[in-house]
Design a binder for this molecule. Structure first.
Ligand code: C5P
Length: 316
């Protein structure tokens, strides 16, 4: 029996631009993704029973075949049947700290950890790009979650170009426990409202993605200029989520009024983060938001940007 413990960090979007439609029904995106120091722990154990079993300490996380971690394990067993036969089944246990349905890639990072963990347990020796390719089949954010850090993601979100890492930057992260935004709903609504503005021809799509590569946010990241990064925060999905979810708008406004460097919704929401000047400021802002919105349903975290994705804590 072998086991492996992995730490799977969440991500935030420093930048999310919807450029156009894709023939596969998804959107052509240009995003800047950033790992944060808020992580789930994933334990994977080989077992004598030839099946995949997922457990999670969070009651709202499904543990059946709809769980992305389960799907990642199922993909590995289908891709590497000989290794599955040799090593037996898989018991996967998820210790959840990342808020769920939050726009923080909680499910995606769990799946990324499972791909990496099984690669280790089965001694497959897959490369990072092979793991990313497997991850892309299950979800657009999974490839980024593997190596993490700071990266530009284009295409469906699976084409990655690393950027110099940012760290030592603190954020406050806020999420209402019982509030969830459906990602397909957010993109579908965006298409209904803004589809007429989408860039249509291939050349212009590529030119727009290239413009983000050489744009102001990337320059700010290259200069590690936190104030400028805060100025350049952008998320097109705010245009459809904020009008529909007044609580998210209120969070955004409360952060903005509390003197932070910048604030933005992450992904399709409903989590909102605020970039701060220091850990101390982040703690003060957290207290201020807690006083202004004394709702027990609101979860608040002080955390920081980190330079890596999945981390192997132990493997035997
Ligand atoms: O790839 P993933 O399963 O994470 O995407 C969730 C949903 O988000 C998709 O079903 C789609 O509706 C939307 N999406 C999109 N374009 C992308 C990524 C996601 O329209 N590039």
């Amino acid at each position: 029996m072998h086991n492996c413990t992995l730490i799977a960090p969440a991500k935030i979007n420093l930048y999310l631009e919807i450029i156009g439609d894709r023939s596969d029904g998804y959107h052509e995106l240009a995003m800047i993704l950033q790992s944060i120091d808020l992580a789930d722990q994933i334990d994977i154990q080989t077992s004598s029973i030839d099946r995949i079993r997922v457990r999670c300490d969070h009651p709202q996380v499904p543990t059946d075949q709809s769980n992305l971690a389960y799907k990642a394990a199922a993909l590995m067993t289908a891709e590497f049947p000989a290794a599955f036969l040799k090593h037996g089944g898989l018991n996967i246990s998820i210790n959840k700290r990342i808020p769920i349905s939050a726009g923080l890639a909680g499910g995606s990072t769990n799946a990324a950890a499972v791909l990496l963990g099984i690669d280790l347990l089965w001694n497959l020796g897959l490369t990072q790009s092979e793991l990313e390719e497997l991850g892309a089949r299950l979800g657009s954010d999974i490839p980024f979650c593997i190596a993490g850090g700071t990266a530009i993601a284009t295409g469906r979100g699976e084409q990655l170009a690393p950027l110099p890492s940012l760290d030592n930057i603190y954020i406050v992260l806020a999420k209402y426990r019982s509030l969830a935004v459906s990602t397909p709903w957010a993109y579908k609504t965006y298409r209904q409202q803004f589809g007429s503005t989408y860039i249509k021809d291939r050349e212009s799509l590529a030119a727009r993605a290239a413009a983000v590569h050489s744009g102001d946010m990337v320059k700010a990241i290259l200069h590690k200029d936190t104030k400028e990064i805060a100025q350049q925060l952008h998320n097109d999905l705010e245009k459809v989520v904020l009008p529909e979810y007044p609580l998210v708008l209120q969070l955004r406004e409360t952060f903005a009024k509390s003197g932070v460097l910048g604030t933005m919704m992450s992904g399709s929401g409903p989590s909102v983060f605020a970039l701060c000047e220091s850990k101390q400021q982040a703690e003060e802002v957290k207290s201020h938001v807690r006083e202004t919105i004394p709702d027990q349903d609101l979860e608040l975290f002080v955390t920081q940007l980190i330079t890596h994705g999945i981390h192997v804590a132990s493997s035997t």
